[in-house]
Design a binder for this molecule. Structure first.
Ligand code: SF4
Length: 414
């Protein structure tokens, strides 16, 4: 087993832990934001319904801002107020409601998990973090801890980006906070700190502190309810950890949780020295030719042809304009030719490269791909009958397009 970290990075004093819990909970009771899933979780007597509300909100909140999620969450709960209702939804409906939230596999797995609860677990949610994580697809350690503590009162901690930031600052943890060794330590700390009588509120309070006070760039330390316990704040004010009498500043070199010796504490950064992360990998660049095929519909309004993507991989099952990934470094003329070839093979129409009108380029950043869509348009005067053996496709008006399961990138293309 690895040696325990130096005391500087731990909560070793039970009286201090009690005081920190009390201060944090009192602040949360007074200052917490009014969020729809919190209201439901607090008023709903049925623990499984509370768990469902927490679960939906937590999955939506992964990688997405609270302000964006509220509207999606409200529409979702209106349409599928229970797990049982969600289990009966089609994937197409789920994708339509999810459109714009990004990371589409999250919605898909939420629905798969709901079906699993209904068909294999007799409609009963698992009630511990361990079982939630083991039995439900798409439910990781964090989501399992959040559901179990908030809905079922299990005294288990949670570690998300906000908690990482707060704990790293409270205990001056400057080693790479995305490394498994540091993450494990943070989980140990979260599990040890969580309040035994109000675990759900405590976890939400810690996350709320990270979201509203201990924010990444300019934390509001003056208003922080736990500033007395914050060692990053002490280090900023006093240059070292004194006046904590029994804790030595372990400095750099050798300590697995201190900043690396090559990047020591930088006094101009203050508490934002923590947390630290290894440099992110650069997203790869990709180019895709996409063609907006347009015809006049029966009332003269334009209609567009959209096609469904495969059921796995990036943007699985979503609809898009006919598109073709391009090799790097292709000249514009060549791009147009390969796209014309693709459309000819696909529609059976005599599409020629010169008939495609170049419209412009649309850049969209996915988490790991810097994607450029090279956009063309092609007006058609007759109907196009597509081989049913190919991917599903359909003609839609602009309004139908906007309410279909299409990605944000495709909306930009339109
Ligand atoms: Fe974060 Fe500042 Fe509070 Fe420390 S005192 S926990 S750095 S807001």
């Amino acid at each position: 087993a690895p040696a325990p970290p130096p005391a500087q990075h731990l909560f070793t004093d039970p009286a201090e832990v009690e005081a920190l819990r009390g201060r944090l909970l009192a602040w949360y009771d007074e200052c917490k934001r009014d969020l729809p899933w919190r209201t439901l979780a607090a008023t709903e007597a049925d623990a499984d319904r509370r768990a469902y509300a927490v679960w939906v909100s937590e999955i939506m909140l992964q990688q997405t801002q609270v302000a964006t999620v509220i509207d999606y969450y409200n529409r979702w709960m209106q349409k599928w107020p229970t797990l049982q209702a969600l289990a009966q939804a089609s994937l197409e409906e789920v994708n339509e409601l999810w459109a714009g939230l990004g990371y589409y596999s999250r919605g898909k797995r939420l629905q798969e998990a709901a079906r699993k609860v209904v068909s294999e677990l007799a409609g009963q949610m698992p009630r511990t973090a361990e079982d939630l994580q083991k039995l439900l697809p798409g439910v990781g350690r964090y989501t399992a801890g959040a559901i179990a503590s908030i809905s079922y009162g299990q005294a288990t901690g949670v570690v998300d980006g906000n908690v990482i930031r707060v704990l790293c600052r409270l205990r001056c943890i400057g080693a790479d906070s995305s490394s498994p060794a540091v993450i494990d330590r943070l989980w140990d700390m979260a599990n040890a700190l969580v309040d035994r009588s109000r675990p759900g509120d405590f976890n939400q309070a810690l996350m709320e502190l990270g979201a509203t006070v201990c924010v990444p760039k300019a934390p509001l330390c003056g208003e922080c309810p736990v500033k007395q316990h914050c060692r990053a704040q002490r280090k900023k004010l006093f240059g070292k950890l004194t006046p904590v009498p029994d804790v030595e500043d372990c400095g750099v070199g050798g300590c697995p949780l201190c900043p690396p010796a090559t990047e020591p504490w930088d006094s101009s950064l203050g508490v934002t020295n923590f947390p630290r992360k290894a440099a992110k990998k650069q997203p790869r660049t990709a180019r895709t030719a996409t063609c907006v095929l347009e015809r006049r519909g029966c009332h003269g309004a334009p209609e567009y042809l959209i096609v469904q993507r495969p059921s796995s991989g990036l943007l699985a099952g979503l609809w898009e304009f006919p598109s073709l990934p391009l090799a790097q470094g292709l000249q514009e003329e060549k791009q147009r030719e390969v796209l014309a070839d693709h459309l000819r093979a696909w529609t059976g129409w005599p599409v020629v490269a010169g008939g495609l009108r170049f419209i412009g380029e649309v850049v969209h950043i996915f988490s790991h791909i810097h994607q450029t869509y090279v956009v063309y348009s092609l007006p058609l005067d007759g109907d196009v009958t597509l081989d049913p053996a190919l991917s599903p496709s359909r003609w839609v008006t602009e309004e139908e397009f906007l309410t279909s399961a299409v990605s944000t990138a495709m909306k930009k293309v339109l």
